[in-house]
Design a protein. Sequence first.
Length: 75
Amino acid sequence: MTEPTFAKSETPFYIGRAVVALAADPKIMLKTGHALSTGYLAREYGFTDMDGTQPIWYVGEGVFHKGNFVVQESQ
């Protein structure tokens, strides 16, 4: 039986696909200093989790500013 809390969570494969997408991005340095979520990266780079979904479990994209994480507003 699946734990309800984790029923819609992401797998390690999903996170791995995010790493591969970032590693292949020639403009990776533009993301330096940013905290990135797998769900948003999936939409940007077009990959999915093993079941074909693109779950988003994180509050939002953000940056580190003066030692603090700041969530960026949606554009």
